[in-house]
Design a protein around this ligand. Structure first.
Ligand SMILES: NC(=O)c1ccc[n+]([C@@H]2O[C@H](COP(=O)([O-])OP(=O)(O)OC[C@H]3O[C@@H](n4cnc5c(N)ncnc54)[C@H](OP(=O)(O)O)[C@@H]3O)[C@@H](O)[C@H]2O)c1
Length: 449
C-alpha cells in the first residue's frame, strides 16, 4: 500500500496508478464471526467497540466487472459501525451469508471477518471490465447504496430494490480500511475544496437527511415549513438542520448539552430545545408514556415558533416517537429512518388519525439523491460536520464515542491519508466557501467558538 500512497501523493497519472499491483491483503477494521456471541448478557451501553473492532490484514477480494478497487484515503464512523461492533440488533454475519448465497460474486462477502465502514473518500486504482464512467486516478467519494442493477425492482427507486443493501454493513469490504471494492454506481466526484476526511464523512448521513427532507420519496419539505429535528448536531441531524435552513424552512433543533446549544446557534438555528436542561421524561416507567410531557414539549415548540411543526425529523425511536407524533401539526409529517433507543414503537394513534398526520419511513438514499446531496456539498452549500479525526488504529475508540453520544456531528477516520488536512485540490474554492464555515464543528470541538 505504501507504493500506492506514494503514487497518489506524488500526483501519478491514471496510467501509472493503473499499473500499480494490488496487494494480496490490506489493513482493515473488522469484526470476527468467532466473536459474535461475545456480548451475551451484557447491557447495550456496556458493550465496548474497542474490544470487538480489530485492525489487521484481510485478504483482498477479486474484482467483479462492475466494481473498482479504491485506495481509501479516509472514512468515517456511522452508527451502523456501532451496531455491527456490538452485534445488535443482530450479528451482521447473517447479512453476509445471505449475500453469499445470491451469486458467485456475492459469495466473496461471506467470510469469517466483516470489514465495516459505509463512507469513503479515495482514489480509483483499477476498474472492472464493465465500468465506463470512472478511471484509475479519479478522486472520488462513495455512497453506500449497494444494489444489483440487473434486478427490475431496482429501476424505479433503487432503495425499493428487493436486494438493496448498505455497503460495509450488509456487505463486506467496507470503507474503514486502506482498500475497498465498490460498485461503479456507488461513486461520486470528490468535492475539490475539502480534505480527504472532510469529504469522507458526508456520504451516508448527508444523503439520508436529503432523502428524508428534500427528495421526492419522503417528507418533501417546502419553504416556510417548521421542522423539528431530534439530535440536531448529530450525524444526520446536523445535515438536516442545514438542509432546512437552506430550503427556507425554520429548524427547531433538539440537543442534550449546553455546548451543543451553542453549536446549533452558530449553525444559524435560532430555535433550540435543550432536552436535558428541560428534563423531558416521556416515559413514566418502562411501559407507560406521559402525555403531559408530550404537551410540555409541544408548548415549548409553540413558544419558539408560534406553530406546531410541519415535519418532525425522527430517529431516536422508542424514547421519542410518542412525543413526535403528538407535536406534529395537524396534517403534518413524522419522517423516520431509525430507532436508536429501541425499535418497538408506541404512540397514541388518536393523535395521528384525528389530526390526519402521516408517518413516513425513509432509508438511506438512491444514487440520484446521494448525487444531488454531493453536488450541494461540492458547491459549498452544505458543510461537512466533522468534529474530530481518528487514525484507523483507533477506530474502536471513535465508535465508542459515537455509541456513548459523546461526539458532535461526524468523526472522520484517516485510512491511507497519513495526516489530516490533505487532499484539497481547489484552495480558491475553499477560501470562497470559507474556512470558518467548513471547519465549524472542528473549531467547536477545540473550544474555539
Ligand atoms: N436508515 C438510514 O439510512 C440511516 C442513516 C443514518 C443513520 N441512521 C440511524 O439514525 C440514528 C442516528 O444516526 P446519527 O448518525 O445521527 O447518530 P449520532 O451522530 O449518534 O446522533 C444521534 C443524535 O440523536 C440524539 N439522541 C440519541 N438518543 C436520543 C434519545 N433517546 N432521545 C432523543 N435524542 C436522542 C443525540 O443528540 P442529543 O443527545 O444532543 O439530543 C445524538 O446526537 C442511528 O440509529 C443510525 O443508525 C439511519
Amino acid at each position: 500500500m505504501q507504493d500506492i500512497l506514494e503514487a497518489i501523493e506524488g500526483g501519478a497519472s491514471g496510467e501509472d496508478i493503473a499499473a500499480l499491483p494490488i496487494p494480496g491483503s490490506y489493513r482493515a477494521a473488522h469484526v470476527l464471526r468467532a466473536e459474535q456471541e461475545m456480548w451475551a448478557g451484557i447491557p447495550s451501553e456496556d458493550k465496548d467497540p474497542r474490544r470487538s473492532l480489530h485492525i489487521g490484514e484481510v485478504p483482498t477480494p477479486e474484482l467483479a466487472p462492475d466494481e473498482v478497487y479504491l485506495a481509501v484515503m479516509a472514512s468515517s464512523i456511522n452508527f451502523n459501525t456501532v451496531w455491527t461492533s456490538i452485534f445488535e440488533p443482530l450479528s451482521t454475519f447473517a447479512f453476509l451469508d445471505r449475500l453469499g448465497r445470491e451469486s458467485v460474486w456475492g459469495a466473496r462477502h461471506a467470510q469469517d471477518f466483516h470489514v465495516v465502514g459505509s463512507d469513503a473518500s479515495g482514489v480509483v486504482l483499477q476498474v472492472g471490465s464493465a465500468v465506463r464512467n470512472w478511471k484509475p486516478g479519479d478522486r472520488v467519494v462513495v455512497h453506500c447504496n449497494f444494489v444489483d442493477d440487473q434486478d427490475p425492482s431496482a429501476h424505479d427507486d433503487s432503495m425499493l430494490a428487493a436486494n438493496q443493501r448498505i455497503w460495509g454493513f450488509e456487505s463486506n469490504f467496507g470503507g474503514l480500511a486502506d482498500l475497498s471494492i465498490v460498485k461503479a454506481n456507488q461513486i461520486m466526484p470528490k468535492p475539490s475544496h475539502l480534505t480527504w476526511e472532510e469529504s469522507a464523512v458526508n456520504g451516508l448521513c448527508a444523503s439520508t437527511s436529503y432523502r428524508m427532507l428534500v427528495g421526492r420519496h419522503a417528507a418533501r419539505m417546502k419553504q416556510g415549513d417548521n421542522v423539528f429535528v431530534w439530535g440536531a448536531t448529530g450525524g444526520i441531524g446536523a445535515y438536516a438542520t442545514q438542509l432546512v435552513l437552506n430550503g427556507g424552512g425554520t429548524p427547531i433543533g433538539v440537543v442534550s448539552k449546553e455546548q451543543r446549544v451553542k453549536l446549533l446557534q452558530a449553525m444559524g438555528c435560532e430555535n433550540v430545545v435543550d432536552r436535558a436542561a428541560e428534563g423531558y421524561k416521556f416515559w413514566k416507567d418502562e411501559h407507560t408514556q406521559d402525555e403531559g410531557e408530550w404537551r410540555r414539549l409541544g408548548k415549548k415548540v409553540r413558544s419558539l415558533v408560534g406553530e406546531d411543526p410541519d415535519i418532525v425529523f425522527e430517529h431516536p425511536g422508542r424514547q421519542t416517537m410518542g412525543a413526535s407524533v403528538f407535536i406534529a401539526k395537524r396534517g403534518g409529517t413524522v419522517v423516520t429512518c431509525a430507532a436508536t433507543s429501541g425499535f418497538m414503537i408506541e404512540y397514541d394513534n388518536r393523535h395521528l388519525w384525528m389530526k390526519l398526520k402521516r408517518i413516513i419511513s425513509s432509508h438511506f438514499a438512491n444514487y440520484q439523491e446521494a448525487w444531488e446531496m454531493n453536488r450541494l456539498i461540492d458547491r459549498g452549500a452544505i458543510q461537512p460536520v466533522m468534529s474530530a479525526v481518528y487514525p484507523l488504529d483507533r477506530v474502536g475508540e471513535a465508535a465508542r464515542a459515537v455509541h456513548r453520544n459523546e461526539a458532535e456531528g461526524k468523526l472522520g477516520v484517516l485510512c491511507l491519508a497519513p495526516e489530516a488536512g490533505l487532499g484539497v485540490t481547489d484552495p480558491e474554492k475553499r477560501a470562497q466557501v470559507g474556512e470558518d464555515r467548513i471547519t465549524l464543528f472542528q473549531r467547536h470541538a477545540r473550544g474555539e467558538l
